[in-house]
Design a protein around this ligand. Structure first.
Ligand code: HAM
Length: 419
Protein backbone atom coordinates (compact mmCIF):
# COMPACT_ATOMS: atom_id res chain seq x y z
CA UNK A 1 0.00 0.00 0.00
CA UNK A 2 1.20 3.47 -0.89
CA UNK A 3 2.39 5.37 2.17
CA UNK A 4 0.83 8.79 2.52
CA UNK A 5 1.38 11.68 4.89
CA UNK A 6 -0.48 11.59 8.19
CA UNK A 7 -3.91 13.28 8.43
CA UNK A 8 -3.61 16.89 9.50
CA UNK A 9 0.01 17.42 8.42
CA UNK A 10 1.09 19.20 5.27
CA UNK A 11 4.08 19.29 2.98
CA UNK A 12 5.29 22.73 2.02
CA UNK A 13 6.35 22.23 -1.57
CA UNK A 14 9.13 24.04 -3.46
CA UNK A 15 6.50 25.95 -5.47
CA UNK A 16 5.18 27.63 -2.32
CA UNK A 17 8.19 27.76 0.00
CA UNK A 18 9.10 31.23 -1.26
CA UNK A 19 5.95 32.56 0.42
CA UNK A 20 7.15 31.23 3.75
CA UNK A 21 10.65 32.58 3.17
CA UNK A 22 9.17 35.98 2.29
CA UNK A 23 7.17 36.14 5.56
CA UNK A 24 10.22 35.00 7.52
CA UNK A 25 12.34 37.70 5.87
CA UNK A 26 9.85 40.33 7.08
CA UNK A 27 10.06 38.84 10.59
CA UNK A 28 13.86 39.09 10.50
CA UNK A 29 13.55 42.66 9.29
CA UNK A 30 10.89 44.00 11.67
CA UNK A 31 11.20 42.09 14.96
CA UNK A 32 14.84 43.10 15.68
CA UNK A 33 13.77 46.77 15.40
CA UNK A 34 11.81 46.10 18.59
CA UNK A 35 14.70 44.26 20.22
CA UNK A 36 13.69 40.65 19.49
CA UNK A 37 16.38 38.07 18.72
CA UNK A 38 15.81 34.54 17.49
CA UNK A 39 15.90 31.47 19.73
CA UNK A 40 15.76 27.90 18.37
CA UNK A 41 14.19 25.39 20.69
CA UNK A 42 13.80 21.61 20.74
CA UNK A 43 10.73 20.06 19.14
CA UNK A 44 10.16 17.71 22.09
CA UNK A 45 10.32 18.27 25.81
CA UNK A 46 9.61 16.54 29.06
CA UNK A 47 5.79 16.11 29.26
CA UNK A 48 5.64 17.77 32.70
CA UNK A 49 6.78 21.07 31.19
CA UNK A 50 3.52 21.36 29.27
CA UNK A 51 1.16 19.92 31.88
CA UNK A 52 2.51 22.35 34.48
CA UNK A 53 2.52 25.45 32.29
CA UNK A 54 -0.43 25.11 29.89
CA UNK A 55 -2.68 23.71 32.64
CA UNK A 56 -4.19 20.28 33.42
CA UNK A 57 -7.75 21.41 32.61
CA UNK A 58 -7.06 22.73 29.12
CA UNK A 59 -8.02 21.08 25.82
CA UNK A 60 -4.35 20.93 24.85
CA UNK A 61 -3.28 18.95 27.91
CA UNK A 62 -6.46 16.90 28.28
CA UNK A 63 -6.73 15.64 24.73
CA UNK A 64 -4.35 17.15 22.20
CA UNK A 65 -0.79 16.33 23.16
CA UNK A 66 1.40 13.92 21.22
CA UNK A 67 2.89 12.14 24.20
CA UNK A 68 4.96 8.98 24.14
CA UNK A 69 7.43 7.07 26.23
CA UNK A 70 10.94 7.07 24.82
CA UNK A 71 13.18 4.02 24.97
CA UNK A 72 14.49 5.11 28.36
CA UNK A 73 10.96 5.21 29.79
CA UNK A 74 10.71 9.02 29.98
CA UNK A 75 7.44 10.71 29.06
CA UNK A 76 8.10 12.97 26.10
CA UNK A 77 5.72 15.38 24.35
CA UNK A 78 6.00 16.98 20.93
CA UNK A 79 5.65 20.66 21.74
CA UNK A 80 2.08 21.92 21.33
CA UNK A 81 3.25 25.54 21.67
CA UNK A 82 6.45 27.51 22.21
CA UNK A 83 6.00 29.65 25.33
CA UNK A 84 6.63 26.82 27.81
CA UNK A 85 9.88 25.92 26.03
CA UNK A 86 11.07 29.54 26.01
CA UNK A 87 10.45 29.79 29.74
CA UNK A 88 12.18 26.45 30.34
CA UNK A 89 15.22 27.67 28.39
CA UNK A 90 15.13 31.04 30.19
CA UNK A 91 15.27 29.33 33.59
CA UNK A 92 17.69 26.59 32.52
CA UNK A 93 20.24 29.04 31.07
CA UNK A 94 19.66 31.63 33.80
CA UNK A 95 18.95 34.36 31.28
CA UNK A 96 17.63 36.58 34.08
CA UNK A 97 20.10 39.40 33.94
CA UNK A 98 20.02 40.96 30.53
CA UNK A 99 20.94 44.67 30.38
CA UNK A 100 17.24 45.33 29.95
CA UNK A 101 14.19 43.21 29.22
CA UNK A 102 14.94 39.98 27.28
CA UNK A 103 13.06 39.59 24.00
CA UNK A 104 13.09 36.48 21.85
CA UNK A 105 11.24 35.13 18.83
CA UNK A 106 10.93 31.64 17.38
CA UNK A 107 9.64 30.06 14.21
CA UNK A 108 8.79 26.40 13.94
CA UNK A 109 6.37 23.49 14.00
CA UNK A 110 3.93 22.73 16.84
CA UNK A 111 1.85 19.58 17.31
CA UNK A 112 -1.72 19.22 18.53
CA UNK A 113 -4.01 16.23 18.08
CA UNK A 114 -7.02 18.25 16.95
CA UNK A 115 -9.75 17.33 14.50
CA UNK A 116 -8.22 18.40 11.17
CA UNK A 117 -10.22 20.86 9.08
CA UNK A 118 -9.56 23.96 6.98
CA UNK A 119 -7.06 26.05 8.95
CA UNK A 120 -6.63 23.44 11.67
CA UNK A 121 -3.72 21.03 11.41
CA UNK A 122 -2.05 18.51 13.66
CA UNK A 123 1.38 19.79 12.73
CA UNK A 124 1.32 23.53 12.15
CA UNK A 125 3.90 26.29 12.27
CA UNK A 126 4.01 29.28 14.56
CA UNK A 127 5.94 32.50 14.73
CA UNK A 128 6.08 33.46 18.39
CA UNK A 129 7.61 36.21 20.49
CA UNK A 130 8.21 36.47 24.22
CA UNK A 131 9.26 39.67 26.03
CA UNK A 132 10.54 38.73 29.47
CA UNK A 133 11.18 40.94 32.47
CA UNK A 134 8.74 43.84 32.64
CA UNK A 135 5.16 44.27 33.91
CA UNK A 136 4.79 47.59 32.08
CA UNK A 137 1.71 48.03 29.88
CA UNK A 138 4.07 49.75 27.42
CA UNK A 139 5.51 46.29 26.65
CA UNK A 140 2.02 44.90 25.92
CA UNK A 141 1.26 47.74 23.55
CA UNK A 142 4.67 47.82 21.88
CA UNK A 143 4.43 44.10 21.11
CA UNK A 144 0.84 44.31 19.82
CA UNK A 145 1.77 47.34 17.73
CA UNK A 146 4.76 45.50 16.28
CA UNK A 147 2.44 42.65 15.33
CA UNK A 148 -0.07 44.93 13.62
CA UNK A 149 2.78 46.71 11.76
CA UNK A 150 4.04 43.30 10.65
CA UNK A 151 0.58 42.43 9.28
CA UNK A 152 0.39 45.81 7.54
CA UNK A 153 3.79 45.29 5.94
CA UNK A 154 2.55 41.95 4.62
CA UNK A 155 -0.42 43.70 3.00
CA UNK A 156 -3.14 42.33 5.33
CA UNK A 157 -6.11 44.66 5.40
CA UNK A 158 -8.80 42.84 7.30
CA UNK A 159 -7.26 42.06 10.70
CA UNK A 160 -9.10 42.80 13.94
CA UNK A 161 -7.29 43.13 17.24
CA UNK A 162 -9.42 42.13 20.24
CA UNK A 163 -8.23 42.60 23.79
CA UNK A 164 -9.40 41.67 27.27
CA UNK A 165 -8.01 41.57 30.79
CA UNK A 166 -7.91 38.30 32.67
CA UNK A 167 -7.06 40.02 35.96
CA UNK A 168 -4.79 38.45 38.52
CA UNK A 169 -4.69 35.95 41.35
CA UNK A 170 -6.17 38.70 43.51
CA UNK A 171 -9.48 38.99 41.67
CA UNK A 172 -9.84 35.75 39.74
CA UNK A 173 -10.79 33.33 42.59
CA UNK A 174 -13.63 35.61 43.66
CA UNK A 175 -14.80 36.07 40.07
CA UNK A 176 -14.65 32.31 39.51
CA UNK A 177 -17.10 31.76 42.37
CA UNK A 178 -19.51 34.36 40.99
CA UNK A 179 -19.18 32.83 37.51
CA UNK A 180 -19.75 29.24 38.66
CA UNK A 181 -22.87 30.28 40.60
CA UNK A 182 -24.25 31.94 37.47
CA UNK A 183 -23.27 29.05 35.20
CA UNK A 184 -25.07 26.59 37.48
CA UNK A 185 -28.34 28.38 36.71
CA UNK A 186 -27.98 27.26 33.06
CA UNK A 187 -26.53 23.76 33.47
CA UNK A 188 -29.25 22.09 31.40
CA UNK A 189 -28.38 24.30 28.40
CA UNK A 190 -24.58 23.84 28.37
CA UNK A 191 -22.77 21.77 25.74
CA UNK A 192 -21.33 18.52 27.06
CA UNK A 193 -17.77 19.89 26.99
CA UNK A 194 -18.68 22.88 29.18
CA UNK A 195 -20.83 20.73 31.49
CA UNK A 196 -17.78 18.56 32.12
CA UNK A 197 -15.31 21.32 32.72
CA UNK A 198 -17.19 24.30 34.18
CA UNK A 199 -16.04 23.46 37.73
CA UNK A 200 -12.40 23.10 36.73
CA UNK A 201 -12.22 25.80 34.05
CA UNK A 202 -15.34 27.98 34.12
CA UNK A 203 -13.80 30.80 32.04
CA UNK A 204 -13.75 28.67 28.89
CA UNK A 205 -17.56 28.84 28.70
CA UNK A 206 -17.18 32.51 27.84
CA UNK A 207 -15.61 31.75 24.47
CA UNK A 208 -17.36 28.44 23.74
CA UNK A 209 -18.98 28.78 20.32
CA UNK A 210 -21.82 26.39 21.24
CA UNK A 211 -22.66 28.15 24.51
CA UNK A 212 -22.43 31.66 23.05
CA UNK A 213 -25.97 32.69 24.03
CA UNK A 214 -25.48 31.76 27.69
CA UNK A 215 -22.02 33.36 27.73
CA UNK A 216 -23.55 36.68 26.67
CA UNK A 217 -25.46 36.94 29.94
CA UNK A 218 -22.67 35.77 32.28
CA UNK A 219 -20.77 38.24 34.50
CA UNK A 220 -17.58 39.63 32.93
CA UNK A 221 -14.15 39.53 34.50
CA UNK A 222 -13.37 43.11 33.42
CA UNK A 223 -16.18 44.23 35.78
CA UNK A 224 -14.46 42.44 38.68
CA UNK A 225 -10.80 43.39 38.21
CA UNK A 226 -8.60 44.26 41.19
CA UNK A 227 -7.58 47.95 41.14
CA UNK A 228 -4.02 47.33 39.85
CA UNK A 229 -5.23 45.13 36.97
CA UNK A 230 -7.96 47.65 36.11
CA UNK A 231 -5.35 50.42 36.02
CA UNK A 232 -3.07 48.25 33.85
CA UNK A 233 -5.88 47.54 31.42
CA UNK A 234 -6.86 51.16 31.18
CA UNK A 235 -3.24 52.13 30.44
CA UNK A 236 -3.04 49.46 27.73
CA UNK A 237 -6.11 50.96 26.08
CA UNK A 238 -4.93 54.56 26.22
CA UNK A 239 -1.49 53.58 24.86
CA UNK A 240 -3.12 51.68 22.00
CA UNK A 241 -5.21 54.77 21.32
CA UNK A 242 -2.17 57.02 21.25
CA UNK A 243 -0.28 54.56 19.00
CA UNK A 244 -3.24 54.75 16.61
CA UNK A 245 -3.63 50.95 16.75
CA UNK A 246 -7.30 50.03 16.23
CA UNK A 247 -8.73 47.43 18.66
CA UNK A 248 -11.92 46.39 20.36
CA UNK A 249 -12.48 45.11 23.88
CA UNK A 250 -13.99 41.63 23.90
CA UNK A 251 -14.94 40.75 27.50
CA UNK A 252 -15.57 37.12 26.47
CA UNK A 253 -12.05 36.61 25.18
CA UNK A 254 -10.30 34.00 27.33
CA UNK A 255 -7.36 32.03 26.10
CA UNK A 256 -7.11 28.26 25.79
CA UNK A 257 -3.98 28.12 27.94
CA UNK A 258 -3.99 28.69 31.70
CA UNK A 259 -0.86 30.78 32.18
CA UNK A 260 -2.31 34.18 31.28
CA UNK A 261 -3.12 37.10 33.55
CA UNK A 262 -4.06 40.70 32.79
CA UNK A 263 -3.86 41.51 29.05
CA UNK A 264 -5.04 38.75 26.70
CA UNK A 265 -5.53 39.33 23.00
CA UNK A 266 -6.32 37.75 19.67
CA UNK A 267 -6.12 38.90 16.09
CA UNK A 268 -8.80 37.52 13.82
CA UNK A 269 -9.58 37.78 10.13
CA UNK A 270 -12.95 37.45 8.44
CA UNK A 271 -11.22 35.85 5.46
CA UNK A 272 -10.20 32.78 7.44
CA UNK A 273 -13.49 30.91 7.86
CA UNK A 274 -14.37 29.05 11.06
CA UNK A 275 -10.79 28.98 12.40
CA UNK A 276 -10.51 32.75 12.28
CA UNK A 277 -7.71 33.43 14.79
CA UNK A 278 -4.38 34.27 13.18
CA UNK A 279 -2.70 35.15 16.41
CA UNK A 280 -3.17 34.92 20.16
CA UNK A 281 -1.19 36.02 23.16
CA UNK A 282 -1.03 38.00 26.31
CA UNK A 283 0.67 38.57 29.61
CA UNK A 284 1.89 35.70 31.80
CA UNK A 285 3.50 37.19 34.88
CA UNK A 286 3.74 34.08 37.08
CA UNK A 287 4.82 31.31 34.69
CA UNK A 288 8.58 31.76 35.10
CA UNK A 289 8.21 31.45 38.88
CA UNK A 290 5.92 28.44 38.50
CA UNK A 291 8.69 26.79 36.48
CA UNK A 292 11.19 27.48 39.27
CA UNK A 293 12.70 30.72 38.00
CA UNK A 294 12.70 34.14 39.65
CA UNK A 295 9.63 36.38 39.46
CA UNK A 296 9.63 37.58 35.82
CA UNK A 297 6.59 39.25 34.27
CA UNK A 298 6.26 38.40 30.57
CA UNK A 299 4.22 39.18 27.49
CA UNK A 300 4.08 37.34 24.18
CA UNK A 301 2.11 36.00 21.27
CA UNK A 302 2.16 33.29 18.62
CA UNK A 303 0.65 33.37 15.17
CA UNK A 304 -0.31 30.51 12.91
CA UNK A 305 1.87 30.56 9.80
CA UNK A 306 -0.40 28.37 7.62
CA UNK A 307 -3.29 30.74 8.33
CA UNK A 308 -1.10 33.77 7.66
CA UNK A 309 0.21 32.36 4.36
CA UNK A 310 -3.40 31.89 3.22
CA UNK A 311 -4.13 35.59 3.85
CA UNK A 312 -1.08 37.42 2.49
CA UNK A 313 -1.41 38.86 -1.03
CA UNK A 314 1.99 37.95 -2.39
CA UNK A 315 1.86 40.30 -5.40
CA UNK A 316 4.97 42.23 -4.38
CA UNK A 317 6.96 39.16 -3.51
CA UNK A 318 6.75 37.12 -6.70
CA UNK A 319 10.36 37.90 -7.59
CA UNK A 320 11.34 35.85 -4.54
CA UNK A 321 10.41 32.67 -6.37
CA UNK A 322 13.81 31.17 -6.99
CA UNK A 323 13.20 30.15 -10.59
CA UNK A 324 16.27 29.70 -12.77
CA UNK A 325 17.78 32.80 -14.37
CA UNK A 326 18.87 30.73 -17.34
CA UNK A 327 17.80 27.39 -18.73
CA UNK A 328 20.47 26.00 -21.02
CA UNK A 329 19.16 24.30 -24.12
CA UNK A 330 21.91 22.28 -25.79
CA UNK A 331 21.84 20.65 -29.18
CA UNK A 332 24.32 17.89 -29.91
CA UNK A 333 26.96 16.06 -27.86
CA UNK A 334 29.54 18.80 -28.05
CA UNK A 335 27.04 21.34 -26.73
CA UNK A 336 26.02 18.96 -23.94
CA UNK A 337 29.62 18.88 -22.68
CA UNK A 338 30.15 22.62 -23.17
CA UNK A 339 26.95 23.31 -21.20
CA UNK A 340 28.50 21.59 -18.18
CA UNK A 341 31.40 24.08 -18.08
CA UNK A 342 29.24 27.11 -18.88
CA UNK A 343 26.73 26.19 -16.15
CA UNK A 344 29.57 25.79 -13.64
CA UNK A 345 31.11 29.17 -14.46
CA UNK A 346 27.81 31.04 -14.40
CA UNK A 347 26.80 29.46 -11.09
CA UNK A 348 30.10 30.65 -9.61
CA UNK A 349 29.04 34.15 -10.69
CA UNK A 350 25.81 33.79 -8.71
CA UNK A 351 23.46 32.98 -11.57
CA UNK A 352 20.77 30.33 -11.12
CA UNK A 353 21.14 27.76 -13.87
CA UNK A 354 19.02 24.81 -14.91
CA UNK A 355 19.49 22.61 -17.93
CA UNK A 356 18.24 19.50 -19.61
CA UNK A 357 20.58 16.63 -18.86
CA UNK A 358 19.18 14.37 -21.54
CA UNK A 359 19.34 16.97 -24.33
CA UNK A 360 16.33 15.86 -26.35
CA UNK A 361 14.88 17.79 -29.28
CA UNK A 362 14.91 21.59 -29.28
CA UNK A 363 11.12 21.56 -28.89
CA UNK A 364 11.14 19.28 -25.86
CA UNK A 365 13.94 21.30 -24.21
CA UNK A 366 12.07 24.58 -24.80
CA UNK A 367 8.97 22.99 -23.25
CA UNK A 368 11.01 22.07 -20.17
CA UNK A 369 12.54 25.56 -20.06
CA UNK A 370 9.05 27.07 -20.09
CA UNK A 371 7.95 24.86 -17.23
CA UNK A 372 10.79 26.06 -15.01
CA UNK A 373 9.60 29.66 -15.53
CA UNK A 374 13.20 30.68 -16.22
CA UNK A 375 13.89 34.26 -17.26
CA UNK A 376 16.19 33.35 -20.17
CA UNK A 377 17.09 30.37 -22.26
CA UNK A 378 20.60 30.03 -23.54
CA UNK A 379 20.67 28.12 -26.77
CA UNK A 380 23.85 26.19 -27.46
CA UNK A 381 24.49 24.39 -30.72
CA UNK A 382 27.57 23.57 -32.77
CA UNK A 383 27.55 27.01 -34.46
CA UNK A 384 27.39 28.82 -31.14
CA UNK A 385 30.26 26.81 -29.71
CA UNK A 386 32.40 27.55 -32.80
CA UNK A 387 31.66 31.29 -32.76
CA UNK A 388 31.77 31.65 -28.96
CA UNK A 389 28.55 33.65 -29.17
CA UNK A 390 25.43 32.24 -27.57
CA UNK A 391 21.82 32.90 -28.28
CA UNK A 392 20.12 34.36 -25.22
CA UNK A 393 16.34 34.46 -25.34
CA UNK A 394 14.33 36.62 -22.96
CA UNK A 395 11.38 34.38 -22.12
CA UNK A 396 9.12 37.28 -21.16
CA UNK A 397 9.60 39.48 -24.23
CA UNK A 398 10.68 36.82 -26.74
CA UNK A 399 13.65 39.04 -27.67
CA UNK A 400 16.84 37.18 -28.69
CA UNK A 401 20.35 38.53 -28.58
CA UNK A 402 23.73 37.07 -29.51
CA UNK A 403 25.93 37.25 -26.48
CA UNK A 404 29.64 36.36 -26.09
CA UNK A 405 30.23 33.90 -23.24
CA UNK A 406 32.13 36.39 -21.08
CA UNK A 407 29.26 38.92 -21.28
CA UNK A 408 26.48 36.58 -20.21
CA UNK A 409 26.69 37.47 -16.53
CA UNK A 410 26.58 41.23 -17.26
CA UNK A 411 23.63 40.76 -19.59
CA UNK A 412 21.66 38.85 -16.92
CA UNK A 413 22.60 41.42 -14.25
CA UNK A 414 21.27 44.21 -16.52
CA UNK A 415 17.96 42.45 -16.65
CA UNK A 416 17.86 41.98 -12.85
CA UNK A 417 18.47 45.72 -12.33
CA UNK A 418 15.64 46.74 -14.61
CA UNK A 419 13.05 44.26 -13.24
P1 HAM B 1 -2.55 29.70 20.66
O1 HAM B 1 -3.71 30.65 20.63
O2 HAM B 1 -2.79 28.34 21.18
O3 HAM B 1 -1.43 30.41 21.52
O4 HAM B 1 -1.93 29.57 19.21
C1 HAM B 1 -1.54 30.72 18.50
C2 HAM B 1 -1.96 30.62 17.03
O5 HAM B 1 -1.49 29.40 16.46
C3 HAM B 1 -3.47 30.58 16.79
O6 HAM B 1 -4.02 31.88 16.79
C4 HAM B 1 -3.54 29.94 15.41
O7 HAM B 1 -3.32 30.91 14.39
C5 HAM B 1 -2.37 28.98 15.43
N1 HAM B 1 -2.85 27.61 15.69
C6 HAM B 1 -3.15 27.06 16.88
N2 HAM B 1 -3.56 25.79 16.73
C7 HAM B 1 -3.53 25.52 15.39
C8 HAM B 1 -3.82 24.37 14.59
N3 HAM B 1 -4.23 23.21 15.13
N4 HAM B 1 -3.66 24.47 13.25
C9 HAM B 1 -3.24 25.63 12.67
N5 HAM B 1 -2.93 26.74 13.40
C10 HAM B 1 -3.07 26.69 14.73
C11 HAM B 1 -0.22 29.87 21.82
O8 HAM B 1 0.25 28.91 21.27
C12 HAM B 1 0.56 30.67 22.85
N6 HAM B 1 1.84 29.97 23.10
C13 HAM B 1 0.78 32.09 22.38
C14 HAM B 1 1.61 32.92 23.32
C15 HAM B 1 2.93 33.21 23.19
N7 HAM B 1 1.18 33.49 24.42
C16 HAM B 1 2.20 34.15 25.00
N8 HAM B 1 3.25 33.95 24.28
Amino acid sequence: MKIQSIRGVKDILPDEIWKWQYIESIVHNIFPRYGFREIRLPIFENTRLFTRSIGEATDIVEKEMYTFQDRGGDSITLRPEGTASVVRAYVEHKMYNPPSILKMFYIGPMFRYERPQAGRLRQFNQIGVEAMGSPSPIVDVEVMTMLMEFFKQLGLTDTQLQINSLGSQECRPHYREILITEIEKHLDQLCSNCTNRYQRNPLRILDCKQCGKIAEGLPKLIDHLDPASAEHFSEVQSLLDSAGTPYSVNPNLVRGLDYYNRTAFEVTSQNLGAQNAICGGGRYDTLVEELDGPSTPCFGFALGLERLVSLVPFDNAKTLQKNPDIFIVCLGDEAKTAAFQIAHELRLKGIRIERDYDAGSMKSQMRKANKTQCRFTLILGENEICSGKYLLKNMETGEQIECPAQELATEIAKFSESS
